[in-house]
Structure formats: C-alpha cells, structure tokens
Design a protein around this ligand. Structure first.
Ligand code: NDP
Ligand code: MG
Length: 385
C-alpha cells in the first residue's frame, strides 16, 4: 500500500528537498496535501506531478488566482479544515513552514498523522510543552529534522537523555562572517548575509546563521527535545560542518556524529528511518583533519549572550526572542535596517520590562504564543515603516 503523506511548506528549501527524495520512489507515495504561502507556480508544478488532491495556499491573492484555475483539486486558504482533508491518519507529515507561522499548522497536523517530522524549529522552541502533550495524546511519533538534532536523536534512539548525558556540543560553521573582522560588519549587505558557506537554505535561516542566532535557537531546541538543562549544552565552532554534534556520556565515552553537509540526509531518514539506502558520495574522512573546534566569538556574535537570560523551564520569553529576531531579520531583508542593528535593536526590545515579565509565564496554548508574536511584530514594524 502507498504511504500517505503531506508536506507543509513544500515550496521551500526543506520542502523541495523532500519532494526530490520522493520523486525517486514516486509509486510508493500518495501526497494527500501540499502547502505554500505564495509560490503558486512551484505549488502547481508539484501538485500536477504527484496528482495531489488538496492544496493550501495562505496568501489571499495567490489563493484567489488559484481558485480561478479550473483544476480538479480542492483548494484551501488556511489550516482550519484539516478534518475535511484528512479522513484518516496519514503515515507522515513534514512540517517545514518557516517562522512562527508554522506553529498552528504543526499543532493541527499532529492529530492527523502517525509520524510528524518537524523542521520548523520555532514551534519546538516556543511551544514544545504543548506539542509534546499533543504528541502523547494522539500517539504520534516525532522526528526532529534540524541536522544537529536529527543526529543526536538517531544516535540516542530516544529523547529523554538527561540521565546519561554529561554534555552535548552542538557545532556551528560560524556562518559567512566567521573570519570577517568586526570592523567590516557595518558594511555587510543582504547578499553577503544569505550566502552560507556550507548549507543551501532559505533566506531567513541563512541570516540567522550569519548572526549565529540559529545556534541560540538550536541550543533551546535541544534543551526542549532532549529534556536537558542549559549547562549541558554548548556551541562549538567547526567551520567545515562535517561534524554535527558531540555527545559526551557520563560513562566517559563520547560519540561524534558525522555526515555530509546535505539536509537530504536528515530529511531522507526522517521518512525512511534508517531502513533504506541513502545514495550519496562516499564520506570524506579527510575533512576530519580540519576539525578545528573553537569557542564562538561573543564580541562578533553578541546574540549568543541571550542564552544566559532564558529561564530553565520553557516560558513565553522564548516567543519574545523568536518573534523579535524574526521581525528584525525581515526588516533587514527588506533593507530597512542594517545588519549591525539586528543585535542592538534585539537587545533593546527583549530588555523591555513589559516583555521581560514573560519569563515567568509558561505557554498554555498556541493562541497565546500567536497573539504575543503578532503584538511584537506589530510594535517593532510600526517603528520602521
Ligand atoms: P524557506 O523559506 O525556504 O521555505 C518556507 C516554506 O514555508 C515555503 O514553502 C513558504 O511558502 C512557506 N511559508 C512561508 N510563510 C508561510 C505562511 N505564512 N503560511 C504558510 N506557508 C508559509 O524555509 P526553509 O525550508 O529554509 O525552512 C523551513 C523551516 O525549517 C524553518 O523553520 C527553518 O528554521 C527550518 N530548518 C531549515 C533548514 C534548512 O536547511 N533550510 C535546516 C534546519 C531547520 P512560499 O514558498 O510560497 O513562500
Ligand atoms: Mg541546524
């Protein structure tokens, strides 16, 4: 029988990689749903190729355009009707929408699938307690897709590892500005910040890699997924990105996880679970001669300091952090603020008394997170019209 799957964010970098993987085994899958925000042409191309019967396109104009085309496909504008689309539990859903816009779709999908692969790190950072109880409630399996977390998850074969782990080092390439002198930071342009040396990713996450906010997010993500405290997690710079994580166990042994810088490896395994053969180049062990592990430079990448201010247990402050950063990256990509202003404005915003109080509130439901996100986006954007 064909595996029934859905891809949320199918037109993005992660979504397209999954599509490519599935193309090779087309007859084994039925794609029940694909979704995008505004990339209509790519979505239609994918839908035709896989004969998909349901599409969600969230941008109103693109939705209206798609409605006018006389395809024999059901078209939706939001994720509120998943009950109509999924009459039974699917085998696999990939959650790969970018930003906090991916939270509601991720949450709503959990009840409709046997397994959910979550690339959308914002959901894991801001709402892990809510997602975790939803996963338990619906007996849905979870796989992290972020490469470092997928590596740790597959090495440990479980999530709660607080009893055995002494430390986990999460590696970072250092991004495009790892070697750039601080004095040249004021001149950084959009094109420089989205040009990652090792990975080919969406624009937003590429900018986060260049400020190293991406690693801040990954430490919080790992803390949540693996039930660890912050003192058990550390960032290590490793410019060639071959080594994804080092797990140091309490018994004295350490485990290093190595794979090519290809997101298709975690994506492929999130669907096949080590049961199929991933055909890629031979692993280049020579690269291990260039391990070069170093601590990150806090002066160049001051956003890392925020890790010291985050409460031990999940709180709404993580939403403040994600949302503020999201808005500032968006303003940078629209050329409204400079690269150097991102950490400066970020610090100002997250230190407002009114926002700092969210450190004391545990997220109760996703609406609370979405509301807070909208409020912060609105406030910051109103200053940079
Ligand atoms: P992209 O920007 O390449 O793609 C984002 C996808 O989400 C697109 O399909 C986009 O549609 C869709 N989308 C964006 N906004 C909305 C919205 N408001 N409503 C519905 N759909 C929307 O992102 P990536 O693929 O790079 O990243 C996806 C997620 O995976 C992010 O959370 C990222 O942090 C995480 N991740 C990505 C990695 C990577 O290598 N790319 C690595 C690890 C994690 P459209 O194309 O129409 O705009
Ligand atoms: Mg990563």
């Amino acid at each position: 029988m064909k595996k029934k799957i859905a891809i949320l964010g199918s037109t993005g970098s992660i979504g397209k990689s999954l599509i490519e993987i599935i193309k090779k085994d087309k007859e084994k899958y039925e794609i029940v749903l694909l979704s995008a925000n505004k990339n209509l042409s790519e979505l239609i191309k994918q839908a035709k190729y896989f004969k998909v019967k349901n599409l969600i396109i969230t941008n109103k104009n693109q939705y209206d355009l798609l409605k006018k085309k006389k395809f024999n496909i059901k078209i939706y504008n939001n994720f509120n009707n998943l009950n109509n689309i999924f009459k039974y539990k699917l085998d696999y859903i990939m959650s790969a929408i970018s930003g906090l816009d991916g939270l509601n779709p991720t949450f709503e999908s959990i009840k409709h699938t046997k397994k959910i692969a979550i690339a959308n790190k914002e959901s894991i950072i801001c709402a892990w307690n809510i997602l975790e109880s939803e996963l338990k409630k619906h007996n849905t399996k979870f796989v992290p897709v972020d490469s470092e977390h997928f590596s740790i998850w597959s090495a440990l074969k479980k999530q709660d590892c607080s009893q055995e782990i002494d430390k986990i080092f999460i590696t970072a390439s250092g991004g495009p500005f790892y070697k750039l002198p601080l004095s040249k930071f004021p001149k950084i342009k959009i094109k420089d910040a989205i040009r990652h040396p090792n990975w080919n990713m969406g624009k937003k996450i590429s900018v986060d890699s260049s400020t190293m906010m991406n690693k801040v997010f990954e430490i919080i993500e790992a803390k949540n997924i693996f039930n660890l405290s912050f003192d058990k997690l550390e960032i290590l710079i490793h410019p060639v990105s071959y080594l994804h994580a080092i797990i140091k166990f309490k018994n004295g042994l350490s485990n290093m996880i190595i794979h090519d810088t290809d997101m298709k490896i975690p994506i492929f395994n999130s669907i096949f679970e080590n049961k199929e053969y991933f055909i890629n180049k031979k692993i280049n062990l020579q690269k291990l001669n260039q391990l070069k592990l170093e601590k990150p430079n806090i002066k160049k990448f001051p956003l890392i300091k925020i890790l010291k201010k985050i409460p031990k247990k999940i709180s709404l402050y993580e939403t403040v952090i994600v949302s503020t950063n999201d808005t500032l990256v968006d303003l940078f990509l629209k050329n409204k603020i400079k690269f150097n202003s991102i950490p400066k404005i970020f610090n100002k915003v997250i230190n407002y008394k009114k926002l700092k109080k969210y450190r004391y509130f545990r997220p109760k439901n996703i609406n609370q997170i979405i509301k807070l996100n909208n409020f912060i986006q609105l406030k910051i954007n109103s200053l940079y019209k």
